[in-house]
Design a protein around this ligand. Structure first.
Ligand code: FAD
Length: 295
């Protein structure tokens, strides 16, 4: 099923996982999926490391297994920064042969900060390429706190609108810790004429290293409330994990109450944390869906 169709009158709850490293035991991801699929998410997306190689094959295989073995809809990510059109065609053909219907089309980042050596310079070019040659449902990334390379929010929104005009059917946001950024962004996106569903990306921050990496990579602002939690519990692993779970639950409850199109939980392949969060919010999401069904 195409993910864009899921949103008709329903608040979506989806998950993201990443494939195992090339030298890791592959069975672990299937243990993780055994537990994550118990949540009955609307779909599970599988990341794809820019620079792909063998890990790209794992993305395709895992996304195919999620759909065909577990019966849960899947999304395969595809970053294009270092792909030629011929390579992209090979990967997309393989995704199609594996029964995958949904692609999260991304630019990706080069490890050395360069602009890449492939045929695509921006995600929009990959989106057009897919829309012109295939029948996939296309998803794209968006940034409530703007993409770190963008000069300002107006420029960022202009290019986001361009991605939608090129064929993106659904957007998933970068993580954020202050819901205010998401609400402002959502309103501006609608004013800009972006009318596709926008899922809010939520990452439960459960350890200090993860926070440092997140701030460096994504330029996400740490709200005062969050910094206070961090200062209090940074040396207590269990307390920080519990506080991170509670913080994510709080964000989701607020977002669902505010009629968000969907929640995309970055699970970091941690079923324990995903279950804790889902158990706390599932009755709210079910109640919301019951109301939506009678409308
Ligand atoms: P783009 O849409 O190309 O945007 C990048 C920058 O260029 C922005 O500043 C934008 O405003 C600007 N821009 C866009 N189009 C144009 C244009 N035509 N002309 C000039 N400027 C333009 N990375 C991975 O490697 N693998 C993954 O699996 C992965 N999954 C992700 C999932 C989500 C939900 C998100 C939010 C990000 C993910 N990323 C992943 C990270 C992503 O690849 C990076 O954030 C990357 O820096 C930008 O990708 P993009 O698709 O948003 O790029």
């Amino acid at each position: 099923m195409k993910t864009a169709e899921l949103f008709e009158n329903m608040t979506i709850f989806s998950l993201e996982i990443f494939p195992p490293k090339p030298d890791a035991d592959e069975s672990v991801i299937y243990d993780t999926l055994d537990e994550l699929t118990d949540i009955h998410p609307d779909f599970i997306s599988v990341t794809y490391g820019a620079g792909g190689g063998k890990n790209g094959c794992k993305t395709i295989q895992i996304a195919s297994d999620i759909k065909n073995r577990y019966g849960v809809e899947s999304v395969a990510h595809l970053p294009c920064i270092d792909l030629t059109k011929e390579q992209a065609r090979g990967i997309l053909d393989s995704m199609q042969e594996h029964g995958i219907e949904n692609i999260l089309a991304l630019r990706g980042d080069c490890a050395d900060g360069s602009s890449g050596s492939g045929d695509f310079h921006h995600a929009s070019e990959l989106i057009s390429f897919i829309a012109d040659n295939y029948d996939f449902n296309i998803i794209a990334a968006c940034y409530p706190e703007i993409h770190p390379e963008s000069r300002n929010a107006v420029e960022d929104m202009k290019w986001l609108k361009h991605k939608v005009d090129c064929g993106a059917d659904h957007l998933i946001s970068q993580l954020f810790l202050d819901n205010g950024y998401f609400y402002d962004f959502y309103e501006k996106a609608r004013i800009a004429g972006i009318n596709v569903p926008v899922e809010a990306g939520i990452m439960p921050v459960t350890n200090k290293r993860q926070i440092e990496r997140m701030v460096k990579l994504c330029g996400v602002e740490l709200p005062r409330k969050f910094v206070r939690i961090l200062e209090k519990y940074e040396d207590n692993e269990t307390a920080l994990r519990e506080a991170g779970i509670a913080y994510a639950i709080d964000q989701i409850i607020d977002l669902v109450a505010d009629d968000v199109d969907g929640i995309h939980l970055y699970t970091m392949n941690n079923p324990y944390v995903a279950h804790r969060i889902y158990e706390a919010v599932q009755s709210l999401i079910s109640a919301k869906r019951s109301l939506q069904a009678v409308r």
